[in-house]
Write a new protein. Sequence first.
Length: 85
Amino acid sequence: MLKNNQIEVNGIDIKYKKINKAEYISLTDIARYANSKEPKVPIQTWMRNKDVISYLGLWEKLNNPDFKGIEFTTFENQAGKNSFI
């Protein structure tokens, strides 16, 4: 169901925003599906995942002309390790 810049999915209201022709959705609102009281916990877990970090790096490489790939490689190599936060 659509209403004032939000959609309802599985009983959770998820905000979205359109900037120019791009649409953005709230990751925090989506994370509330996994943990309604502390949505930051699933986001933190997700952001430690090596595949997620690799995906974000690829997205940046394709969409960000100022992306610093060399610095990112160091960061990406640490992803997935227990010490990575």
